[in-house]
Design a protein around this ligand. Structure first.
Ligand code: ACO
Length: 379
């Protein structure tokens, strides 16, 4: 194999077909099963979008009602999962908790080794229903607070916020949270989804594939970037008494220094989109609504200042993690809980890809070009 054929990072390699989503960097669009993601974010519940990703069609009203009833009936934290979480130290990363929780759910699922389409869908829907309780409980235990039981009168997003904070969130907050879940749900062959597909291709089980995907998502070049964005804001210093303009000026100066020091700035850049991430305008609009709701204009100043300075210096655009990080911060989530929120959403895309991979499987096993020492022999 010649060196020219090696595609480092598989950049530009088309690894397989998918009917789940289409990313078009030229038109800056992202379609889930043919629907523009911004249209789904404008009017569809996360529950409906999950069904769309799994089944290929937006649900009819009766189908949605059945799924909502299932989701509401399966929201409680399983006692075995809670026991496993309680064994983990309070200072471990919450992504370790998420990864462990999914693994424990797999070990206890009656259909764990059943890979029929019906069993796979059941496992995907159970994960969707149960994962929010993991995130909510983990944030609360780190704050020394007790578990809050789910409420069946609230939808997915409202109940997620209820279980985390123990109070009902305002409708505009619930809506911004829903938008983030819809936007994070699916993005073709990103690193974590590809990981899930590689694991599935060995005929391993769904929970193993999701557990592996969580490991891939944790890294700051992928999902961990939403948390890393907030560390940038924290390093800058969030000053609630500052005006939007003052904050923007300070942020610009910070970014200029950081770029001069050749730092990589999390929340900017994308392997596929080179001219802006299709999801950013919708998420930025949700962030702006939260800035108004929480009366925190200085946060928008920091956001604008960093974006402007990066644009002027390098013409690199923000990705979805950039507006999502400060949105979750304003809602009250701890910074290291941001990537587990990404898991809660991406479980939909991962499991849709696992089912797609399984339906037309080929073992994923690329070649490598050897560049070690030439053949030699033991004396
Ligand atoms: N800050 C500063 N410079 C950057 C950034 C950034 N965030 N992103 C890219 N660049 C620069 C690189 O330094 C490189 O410059 P050079 O050619 O002078 O060396 C050039 O742009 C190309 O960057 P690569 O890293 O080679 O591009 P690649 O396509 O491999 O990387 C990636 C994409 C990994 C996302 C990169 O932009 C990055 O590390 N961003 C920060 C992490 C991040 O936000 N990840 C979230 C991804 S989206 C998601 O998961 C929802």
């Amino acid at each position: 194999m010649s060196e020219e054929e090696v595609r480092k990072g598989l950049a530009g390699v088309i690894a397989d077909y998918t009917a789940i989503s289409k990313v078009n960097p030229d038109s800056n669009s992202l379609l889930y099963r043919g629907y523009p993601v911004q249209e789904l974010a404008a009017s569809k519940s996360f529950e409906a979008v999950a069904l769309l990703l799994w089944t290929g069609e937006l649900p009819r009203e009766e189908e949605l009602t059945v799924f909502e009833a299932f989701e509401r009936a399966n929201r409680s934290l399983d006692s075995r999962v809670k026991a496993a979480i309680d064994l983990l130290p309070l200072d471990c990363h919450p992504m370790d908790v998420g990864r462990t929780a999914v693994s424990v759910m797999g070990a206890n699922h009656a259909l764990a080794q059943d890979s029929s389409p019906e069993a796979e869908l059941d496992k995907a829907q159970s994960l969707f229903a149960q994962f929010p309780a993991v995130v909510a409980y983990d944030q609360r235990r780190r704050r020394g607070l007790g578990i809050v039981q789910p409420r069946t009168d609230l939808d997915y997003s409202a109940n997620f916020l209820w279980m985390t904070f123990g109070e009902e969130a305002a409708p505009e907050v619930v809506d911004a949270f829903r938008v983030s879940m819809v936007l994070y749900a699916e993005h073709s062959f990103n690193a974590s989804t590809f990981t899930a597909r590689v694991i599935t291709s060995t005929l391993s089980d769904l929970h193993s594939a999701v557990t592996g995907a969580i490991g891939a998502l944790k890294g700051p070049l992928h999902g961990g970037a939403n948390e890393a964005v907030m560390h940038t804001f924290e390093e800058l210093g969030i000053r609630s008494d500052e005006s939007r303009e003052e904050a923007a000026t300070r942020a610009k100066a910070w970014m200029e220094d950081a770029l001069a020091a050749k730092k990589k700035i999390m929340g900017f850049g994308h392997r596929v989109y080179k001219n802006g991430d299709s999801r950013v305008p919708t998420m930025k609009a949700a962030l702006e609504r939260m800035i108004t709701h929480y009366k925190r204009p200085e946060m928008m100043g920091l956001y604008d200042g960093l974006e402007e300075a990066m644009g002027e210096a390098k013409a690199i655009k923000p990705n979805l993690d950039y507006p999502a990080g400060p949105t979750y911060h304003l809602m009250g989530f701890d910074t290291d809980m941001f990537t587990p929120l990404f898991i809660a959403s991406r479980i939909t895309g991962w499991t849709a890809h696992i089912m797609e991979q399984r339906a037309a499987n080929a073992l994923i096993r690329p070649l490598s070009a050897y560049n070690g020492v030439a053949e030699r022999h033991v004396a």
